[in-house]
Design a protein around this ligand. Structure first.
Ligand SMILES: [Fe+2]
Length: 372
C-alpha cells in the first residue's frame, strides 16, 4: 500500500483503502480501479492523497508474505473521531461553546483503542482533505500522543487527560480567520503573529469549561513552547513545560511533517525521523522524543528500498526498536533482473548491507513500468 498525492494519480491505479469525505461519506471503496473522472472527483473533494495498492505486491503469489499492517486505531474509529471533532470544532467557531461531552467521549474511545493496540507501530500516516486538515490533524496528534503516553507508562487517568488535551490542542485555531488558517502557502509576518495567538485563544476558551481538566487546557496553551525556551507564547523551557505538552509538541510536528498539504507533499517517514532527531534538545525533550520515535516504522511495511548491494527489495517485517534494520525480500537483483521469488534478507543479520534509498510511490510506478 502506497500513499500517493492526488496530482500523481493515474488511471488504472487500484485504491487500497476506502476513501471518505470529512463528513464521513464513503467516496470510493477499496479495490476500485481509478479512471479519469474519479480522479477529477477526488480532486474536487479537496483530497490531497490516498492509498493505492503497491503494483509489485499486488501480483505476489504469496500474499501472506508481508505482515498485515497493524493499525494503532482502526479506520472506522478514525473516521468516526474526525467526524465528531469536525462538528464539535465548528460549534466552537460559531458559538464559542465547547461540546465537552463530545470531545471527552471521542478522546476516551481513541484512548481505549490505542491501549488495546499498544504493541502496534506507526506505519501509515492518515489522509485528509484540505479543509478538513485541522480535524484529521487533531485526531492523529491525539493517537500519536496517547501511544507515547502508553509507552511512558502513564495510568489510565493520565492517558485520558493527555488524550483530551491532544485532541483539543488547536482549539484556538477556530478563532483564527479562515483565510489565514487555510492559506495555501507561507504566511506573512502579520498573519503569522495572528496565527501564533491560537494557543492563548484555546486556553482562554478551555479553562472556562469546568468539565475539562485544567491540565488538558494547559496542553493547548503550551504546545508550541520549545525545550530551549525559543517557542511561543510564554517562552517556557525544559521541564517547566508540562510533560503532556512536550509530548503533544512532538506529535504535532511529526504529523505536520508527514501529511500532504495542497502546497507540499508529506515528508517520508525516514526523512521525518531525521528532521525530528535534529530538533532534539532544541525543540523537543530528548527523552520523550526517543520514546516517540521508537514507535515509528522508518521503513514502513510494503515500502520498496534499494540496498548498497544494488538489489531492490520489499520491506516485509519491521522489528520494534530495530526499525533501521527491517527484513526484506529481493524483487530485483543487482543485475536488474526481476525475481519472482527472491531471497529474504534480514538486515539485523547482514550487518554490511544498508538501505541507501527508499522509493517514492511515483518512482515505484516508473520502476514497475520499466520492468514490464
Ligand atoms: Fe498549534
Amino acid at each position: 500500500m502506497q500513499k500517493v498525492a492526488i496530482k500523481s494519480l493515474q488511471p488504472g491505479m487500484v485504491i487500497a483503502r476506502n476513501v471518505f469525505s470529512t463528513e464521513g461519506v464513503l467516496l470510493l471503496g477499496s479495490g476500485t480501479e481509478l479512471n479519469h473522472s474519479q480522479i477529477e472527483r477526488l480532486r474536487q473533494f479537496g483530497l490531497t492523497s490516498l492509498y493505492i495498492k503497491n503494483p509489485f505486491t499486488d501480483q505476489m503469489v504469496d500474499s501472506d508474505l508481508i505482515d498485515t499492517i497493524p493499525e494503532v486505531v482502526r479506520e472506522e474509529t478514525r473516521v468516526q473521531a474526525v467526524q465528531a471533532v469536525h462538528t464539535a470544532f465548528q460549534n466552537i467557531a460559531s458559538t464559542r461553546r465547547v461540546d465537552t461531552r463530545e470531545f471527552k467521549e471521542t478522546a476516551a474511545f481513541l484512548t481505549d483503542e490505542v491501549i488495546k493496540n499498544r504493541g502496534a507501530m506507526i506505519h501509515l500516516t492518515d489522509i485528509r482533505s484540505c479543509d478538513g486538515y485541522t480535524f484529521g490533524h487533531s485526531v492523529n496528534v491525539c493517537v500519536l500522543s496517547t501511544l507515547t503516553g502508553v509507552k511512558l507508562g502513564y495510568s489510565l487517568p493520565q492517558l485520558r487527560e493527555l488524550s483530551l488535551g491532544a485532541l483539543l490542542h488547536d482549539t484556538g485555531k477556530m478563532l483564527i480567520p479562515k483565510e489565514i488558517l487555510v492559506k495555501p502557502g507561507p504566511l506573512t509576518g502579520e498573519e503569522r503573529k495572528i496565527m501564533e495567538q491560537h494557543p492563548d485563544y484555546g486556553f482562554d476558551i478551555l479553562r472556562r469549561q469546568s468539565e475539562i481538566p485544567l491540565i488538558s487546557s494547559h496542553v493547548a496553551l503550551q504546545h508550541h513552547e520549545k525545550f530551549d525556551g525559543s517557542g511561543y507564547t510564554r517562552h517556557m523551557g525544559g521541564v517547566t513545560i508540562h510533560q503532556y505538552a512536550r509530548i503533544v509538541a512532538i506529535a504535532d510536528v511529526y504529523d505536520a511533517l508527514t501529511s500532504d498539504r495542497p502546497y507540499k507533499e508529506g515528508t517520508l517517514p525516514h526523512e521525518a525521523y531525521e528532521v525530528m532527531l535534529s530538533l532534539s534538545n532544541t525543540h523537543f525533550d530528548p527523552v520523550i522524543l526517543r520514546t516517540f520515535l521508537s514507535q515509528i516504522a522508518i521503513y514502513p511495511l510494503d515500502s520498496i528500498v534499494r540496498l548498497n548491494t544494488g538489489e531492490i527489495a520489499l520491506v516485509i517485517k519491521v522489528i520494534p526498536g530495530l526499525q533501521t534494520r527491517p527484513v526484506l525480500k529481493v524483487l530485483i537483483d543487482a543485475e536488474g533482473h526481476r525475481q519472482t521469488d527472491g531471497p529474504e534478507i534480514d538486515l539485523t543479520k547482514h550487518l554490511t548491507t544498508f538501505i541507501d534509498k527508499i522509493f517514492t510511490p511515483a518512482e515505484i510506478i516508473c520502476l514497475k513500468a520499466h520492468l514490464t
